[in-house]
Design a protein around this ligand. Sequence first.
Ligand SMILES: Cc1cc2nc3c(=O)[nH]c(=O)nc-3n(C[C@H](O)[C@H](O)[C@H](O)COP(=O)(O)OP(=O)(O)OC[C@H]3O[C@@H](n4cnc5c(N)ncnc54)[C@H](O)[C@@H]3O)c2cc1C
Length: 216
Amino acid sequence: MNLQKDASLLDLNTFGLPAKAAFWVQASNVPDLQKLLLQAPKPLLMLGGGSNILFAADWPGTVIQNTIPGIAISRRFKNRVWVRCGAGENWHGLVQWAVQSGFGGIENLSLIPGTAGAAPIQNIGAYGVELKDVLVKVETLETSTGKRKVFFRKDCHFGYRDSIFKSSHKGQYCITHITLSLSTGQHKLSTGYGDISRALAEKEYCNPALLISAPP
Ligand SMILES: Cc1cc2nc3c(=O)[nH]c(=O)nc-3n(C[C@H](O)[C@H](O)[C@H](O)COP(=O)(O)OP(=O)(O)OC[C@H]3O[C@@H](n4cnc5c(N)ncnc54)[C@H](O)[C@@H]3O)c2cc1C
């Protein structure tokens, strides 16, 4: 365990608050994260991009920054793919990858700050689309035991900016991967939201599906 003592969190939260953690460490794979959950000094705090967290005081235990990487197609169907993404991937990077690959479903969620792993916590949403619309499953480790547990969409009890990870199960699971179901053809774009429909009308885009690049 490469724990850094008395670490500044200043650059790890977008409010730029000058908090400190008694210990800080990055976890870039599941076995390391399992070990940290069992052995790192408590209390533990899982951190992604720090864009939805307010450090009102120094953290007395270990802040674990989840940096698990990787974006890959895990299953192919006739008109859809499942994409499995590591929790540490930048969310907007995932959106860019999907659009450039010709996969539809998360384009409305571009530019939301943070990591893919934090996206299910509050069921991120924008412009009429929410993560729950495309989410297949969430892979986690139980914080107290390090045991793997998979939550399928229905298990997550998603609501408006809400899920079990933010309410009844808060702090109990570390998200390691998410899997999304994205369209590969016949994209059903959500363009009804006010600002989007106005912008498309101004640019006279009648068929915005064509703006998603064709699959390679
Ligand atoms: C300028 C700005 C614009 C925004 N716009 C939107 C928007 O349009 N729509 C929207 O929905 N949100 C928006 N947000 C909120 C923010 O982008 C989301 O909440 C995002 O999911 C936070 O990701 P993060 O990686 O920064 O999470 P963090 O701030 O690092 O963590 C947030 C919470 O999730 C927990 N957490 C993080 N990663 C994990 C993990 N791997 N496993 C378990 N728990 C974890 C943390 O412990 C913490 O409780 C915006 C925020 C900002 C600052």
